[in-house]
Design a protein around this ligand. Sequence first.
Ligand code: COA
Length: 166
Amino acid sequence: MRIAIYPGSFDPITNGHLDILNRATHLFDKVIIAVLSNPIKNCFFGVEERLELIKATTAEMPKVEVDSFDGLTVVYAVKQNASILIRGLRALSDFEHELQMAQANKSINPNIETIFLMCSLEYAYLSSSLVREISFLGGDISDVVPKCVNEYISKLREKRFTNDYK
Ligand code: COA
């Protein structure tokens, strides 16, 4: 069984992530989307919120499992019997950071390979923080995030505005 890990912060999951995930399921028997839970990065959404949104998004994807992890990604991969890490590449600017991470991971565990999928053109500019910013400033994100994420963020936004004007 060929198992791949798709690690990331997913703060929140966007259609750009979903595009990569969906294409990875055509290449592997199982893809574990793994949410980083240690606080290297200050995330806006809590781990449980991010996991719930991913679970709702991937409910109809039988090859996908959703999990969280902390510590080293390659150590987590070994625990899951996975030998592949999937990463999406959006633009040239991603390359340097991704190359460094792939080489660091390789130096820690040479048996784990990183495979890069080029993101589809329509999502090349997307990032989770951009999605949050557009939405919280009143913009429409329905074309770039899964339905459940759009609804969840819209509710948060309404709550914030209701509290602001009380
Ligand atoms: N579509 C949309 N957005 C995308 C995307 C895509 N296809 N691919 C990347 N992004 C965006 C993300 O939304 C995120 O945006 P944000 O900064 O606005 O939140 C940004 O790109 C970074 O992606 P992220 O998945 O958060 O990657 P990262 O560079 O923070 O790395 C891990 C996350 C989990 C892979 C990395 O931190 C890690 O491996 N940590 C474990 C510790 C470890 O093993 N360290 C040694 C190896 S370096």
